[in-house]
Design a protein around this ligand. Structure first.
Ligand code: NDP
Length: 258
């Protein structure tokens, strides 16, 4: 039985690049994938925090390599993907997790903030996936997991640009799954509900919001970042060998009801 579980869910030796994994959800996903046997590549823009996160995982006996680069810059991406594939190995799994939040009323939302958000949340998924998929297509195997959001489906006051970006991530996931399925790639997304990370600091500190959220969520609480790991291991492993273009909502049921 355990051999069946290993065959389905094991990631032994797989090289997994998780963007934005120096903190928050990305770090939890990297730790989880590494615990399933993967060799994870830790990313973020700040070399020091990326190195610190990789070091923390290595101290836990996990296989982690730092790679600091900006996912909005195609030149940095190309150089980093080349380095990772030469030094760590061909990338088997890409998790497009890096993302930002910029809140504000839509009628006053600055154009440059709109572009900053779209670059970080949507352009980056296209840029990094394109750079990594070329090698995956040549090898006829690869798995890509994009991180969407409940905002891939639902809007909320003052975050219309974020909602547009995450709606875009959902449809780009389906487009990538459609274009690249015939090349042996599988592309899926995880859409998290509300998790206590730096990105949500303002919401975590807002008692009124927290009370609204826990009332609105069927499971009556915030999520814990570790609760995203099971979906990531499923989508990264052969357990999901015929799952392509799917969006897995990990949200305590918030998108299931009004
Ligand atoms: P955090 O702010 O806690 O972490 C974001 C990570 O991304 C950091 O490692 C950050 O490092 C990195 N990052 C940001 N911009 C870039 C960039 N341009 N290039 C490379 N790395 C970058 O965010 P979360 O963990 O909360 O969010 C992770 C993902 O999950 C995002 O896509 C977010 O939209 C999504 N999400 C989060 C939810 C939540 O409840 N927290 C809910 C739904 C979706 P650095 O700044 O040093 O570059």
């Amino acid at each position: 039985m355990s051999r069946l579980i290993d065959r389905l869910f094991g990631l032994s030796g797989s090289v997994c690049l998780v963007t934005g994994s120096s903190a928050g959800i990305g770090l939890a996903l990297a730790r989880g994938l590494a615990s399933a046997g993967a060799r994870v590549v830790i990313n973020g823009r700040t070399a020091e925090t990326v190195e610190r996160a990789a070091e923390a995982l290595r101290a836990e006996g996990l296989d982690a390599t730092p790679s600091a680069f900006d996912v909005t810059d195609p030149a940095q991406i190309a150089a980093a993907v080349g380095r990772i594939e030469a030094e760590v190995g061909p990338i088997d799994v890409l998790v497009n997790n890096a993302g930002i939040q910029r809140r504000g009323p839509l009628e006053d939302y600055p154009e440059d903030t709109w572009r900053e958000l779209m670059r970080a949340n949507l352009d980056s998924v296209f840029f990094v996936s394109k750079a990594v998929a070329r090698g995956m297509i040549a090898r006829r195997r690869g798995r890509i997991i994009n991180i969407g959001s409940v905002q891939s489906e639902l809007a909320r006051l003052n975050i219309a640009p974020y909602t547009a970006s995450k709606g875009g991530v959902k449809m780009l996931t389906k487009g990538m799954a459609t274009d690249w399925g015939r090349h042996g790639l599988r592309v899926n997304a995880i859409a998290p509900g509300y998790f206590k990370t730096e990105l949500n600091k303002a919401l975590v500190e807002d008692e009124k919001f927290s009370a609204w959220l826990t009332g609105r969520t069927p499971m009556g609480r915030w999520g814990d970042v570790e609760e995203l790991v099971g979906a990531a291991i499923f989508l990264a492993s052969d357990a999901s060998s015929f799952v392509n273009g799917h969006i897995v909502y990990v949200d305590g049921g918030i998108t299931a009801c009004l």
